[in-house]
Design a protein around this ligand. Sequence first.
Ligand code: NAI
Ligand code: 15L
Length: 270
Amino acid sequence: MSKPFKRILFTGAAGGLGRRLREHLHAFADIVRLSDLNDFGPAGEGEEIVLGDLGNRDDVFRMCEGVDAVIHFGGVSTEEEWAPIMNANIHGLVNLYEAVHTLGIKRVVFASSNHTVGMYKTTDLVDATMPPRPDGYYGVSKVFGEALSRYYWDRFGVETVCVRIGYCFPEPSNHRQAVLWLDLPDLVEMLRRALITPAVGHTIAFCTSDNPGAWWDNREARHLAYVPKGSSRGFTHLDEGRVDHSNNDDITLKFQGGGFLNNGPKYPKN
Ligand code: NAI
Ligand code: 15L
């Protein structure tokens, strides 16, 4: 069966999600180009590897040369000092979109995050028309990626689906992670929809499994027709039964960003 693309680029291939997604990417393209800052071993069949720093413009142009679409998962994935966030998530995004536009690549799927909206309360129902409310420098950098990709759609016609990933690890271990949990097959399905749906323009899509007590309303991404099959429902010991934490002094329970609110920002030490 023919695949949607001849060659796709996946950045962040050495990371947690990159390693888990790798085998699934072959359904999307004849050749999967894998990229990261760090070495992660040899290419397999139908793969090529281009290592590089997202903060380096020449590296990013090399990564993007000859690809038809980009799944961008590379970068700093947690709260950090500003310098690495700036390099990978700010300069890296500018480099990526300059390369994508210059090389005529038509579509990007961008791994955004729940931390773009982490300062909404856990009693709020958030949709993509509501203003971003990031909970740290990391969340701010993901908002930047969403804004930059919006600019490249409005001005240059580069399509992007910004996937606001919840919590994509094998199992949730607390109530927040259960609300935001994303089963890997559901992430694969979201990527598939983001790549093959005609005319996505600039879409912001929330991405969790079908969990109890959702904090997000995904109606602005309904054209993707993403229907999750997984659920954290089985992890019943994590279900608090919708406790209202809106007046709780513990900010990690009060706000959607959870423990990230205690993490930063961190300033350079010198
Ligand atoms: P990860 O930290 O395990 O992987 C990120 C990869 O990016 C790493 O292999 C790292 O070497 C690479 N990277 C960092 N700086 C780089 C640079 N300057 N140049 C090139 N590569 C660089 O993160 P994970 O969990 O795999 O997440 C992947 C993406 O999904 C990230 O963008 C993250 O922000 C996003 N995300 C993940 C969530 C999750 O639940 N795992 C939740 C929300 C968003
Ligand atoms: C994220 O954005 C991170 O990339 C991931 O490692 C998790 O920490 C997740 O959010 C979370 O909110 O727990």
